[in-house]
Write a protein that binds this ligand. Structure first.
Ligand code: 5GP
Ligand code: ZN
Length: 142
């Protein structure tokens, strides 16, 4: 199946690039949340984080940092910057080629996260410890 981000990276589909190197590229999102919304995309196709080469992941974050700095210095409204990465359909992933969203934030921009009912209550320590223990076991299995 054709991947739109692979097509953009190969210049078979249009893209407005600000940066590219041997491992990844950054180009403008076609449906910006705020003006300046960028996508940082690894060159090697990986549908999910589990498929992503850790070296590509490291570079993705580093390029994301530089995108954030460019946005803050650009003169565009950018009092803050959000990183967002959706891994899996349930997490909101629509394009199954890993990508990091980097977009400017400013007061009144209209963007926000919606929290589930009951959010804000403190979790019980024994429950946190039990979950942490389960995750440590998985860490060792990787
Ligand atoms: P996701 O929902 O997978 O986290 O994000 C996919 C992003 O890709 C969306 O923000 C969407 O606007 C962007 N997108 C989808 N198709 C294209 C395209 O053809 N070109 C560009 N530049 N961005 C796209
Ligand atoms: Zn791809």
């Amino acid at each position: 199946m054709t991947c739109i981000f692979c097509e953009i990276l190969a210049r078979r589909a249009p893209g407005s690039f600000i940066f590219e190197d041997d491992l990844c590229a950054a180009f403008m999102d076609i449906h910006p949340v705020t003006t300046g919304h960028l996508l940082v995309v690894p060159r090697r196709h990986a549908a999910s984080l589990s498929e992503l080469d850790p070296l590509d992941g490291e570079r993705l974050f580093r390029v994301g940092q530089r995108c954030a700095a460019a946005l803050r210095a650009s003169g565009l409204p950018a009092e803050g910057v959000n990183f967002f990465l959706a891994d899996g359909a349930a997490a909101g992933q629509d394009v199954f080629h890993v990508h990091l969203h980097v977009f400017p934030r400013f007061s009144g921009d209209g963007f926000g996260l919606r929290f589930p009912p009951g959010y804000g209550a403190f979790a019980a320590r024994d429950e946190l410890d039990e979950i942490a223990s389960r995750l440590r076991d998985q860490w060792l299995n990787q």
